[in-house]
Design a protein around this ligand. Structure first.
Ligand SMILES: [Fe+2]
Ligand SMILES: [Fe+2]
Length: 333
């Protein structure tokens, strides 16, 4: 595959002590794939009794969860099914490909630079693996784009963040917002039957990986804030609030990105919030989509130890918003 499709990102070089995971060289058989899939979705700590938020045990177990639920798929072995012209057109016309590729490109660097600042080896390794997985997502997307002949704008340079904690918070909280909606949209797409099941299956590991990512992030956030002195905590909470305001602003407007040639591209960064009509031909109401997002969110987290915290802001906000929504479209089964 050409250099234009696969760019270089060496997490091991950016993060002291991190070694990239070894992936199988041969295509695994069905039983091995099923076992890896199961391991990714279900994890229970061997620690008995409560896991106190902010404790060393909490930190240790969240990192262990992340390590032990790793899915060793190799992007080059993923299969891209031949699409009927209708389905191909639908995929090519989704207004997300540039922003998706660039989001993964930024996420990997932001996570890697934050990981490099962490003193605790366990936590550093978990965030480093997360960065490595973001790079793998980018590779998956790049291969999809290539397989289906989707034209991408040239990517802007990815810049090392100055405030690594801010950048990590922006990335982590963005993933909490986008994954919540993506879980629901993915289910809308699956039920619609507009996309071949093989394509849905190819993307499934990426979706579950995002679930693991925000599980790690939510636990890191709770662990980190509980260990700060009152004045550091106050400063940190102001920073978190500023990140939410920034992300809200970003999602209200159309985001603008510059490509490598300096051309401006407008992209729909709200797609994960209102893209249902692009992935189904059924007229589906906003409240139906939200119900699916909530149900999928619960389902995807259901296999992990309940003593680990879940991201709560999006489900709470959406449950609140649903009180003011009325169904206007037939239900989707
Ligand atoms: Fe990702
Ligand atoms: Fe992620």
């Amino acid at each position: 595959m050409s250099d234009q499709v696969l760019d270089v990102f060496d997490a091991a070089q950016l993060i002291p002590g991190f070694t990239a995971p070894e992936l199988p060289r041969e295509q695994p058989d069905r039983a091995t794939l099923d076992a890896a899939e199961h391991k990714t979705r279900f994890w229970t700590s061997t620690v008995s009794g409560p896991i106190v938020v902010g404790s060393d045990v909490h930190r240790h177990e969240m990192c262990r969860m992340f390590r032990e639920t790793f899915n060793p798929y190799r992007p080059s072995m993923l299969e891209w099914p031949r699409l009927e012209p209708e389905a191909l057109k639908r995929i090519v016309e989704l207004p997300i490909w540039d922003i998706a590729v660039q989001t993964e490109g930024r996420a990997r660097l932001r996570m890697a630079t934050y990981a490099a600042t962490l003193e605790d080896a366990d936590l550093r390794d978990a965030v480093a693996l997360n960065a490595w997985e973001e790079h793998r997502h980018k590779e998956v997307l790049s291969r999809l784009v290539k397989a289906y002949g989707i034209e991408l704008a040239s990517e802007p340079p990815y810049v090392h963040p100055k405030d690594t904690e801010w950048a990590y918070l922006v990335t982590g909280l963005s993933e909490c917002i986008d994954s919540f909606f993506a879980f629901g949209l993915f289910e809308v797409a699956r039920r619609s039957g507009l996309f071949p099941p093989e394509l849905i299956d190819t993307f499934e590991p990426v979706m579950q990986e995002e679930c693991r990512h925000i599980l790690l992030f939510a636990n890191w956030l709770a662990w980190h804030r509980s260990r700060l002195s009152w004045w550091r905590r106050l400063r940190f909470e102001l920073k978190v609030a500023a990140v939410w305001v920034f992300l809200g602003w970003e999602r209200i407007g159309l985001s603008r990105t510059m490509d490598a040639e300096g051309n401006e591209h407008k992209q729909d960064s709200k797609f994960t919030m209102n893209g249902a009509n692009s992935v189904t031909d059924i007229n589906i109401s906003a409240s139906e989509v939200m119900r699916l997002c909530l149900a999928e969110n619960d389902r995807r987290f259901s296999g992990y130890d309940t003593r680990l915290l879940r991201p709560e802001t999006m489900p709470k906000l959406v449950r609140f918003a649903m009180r003011f929504m009325r169904d206007k479209a037939p239900s989707m089964s």
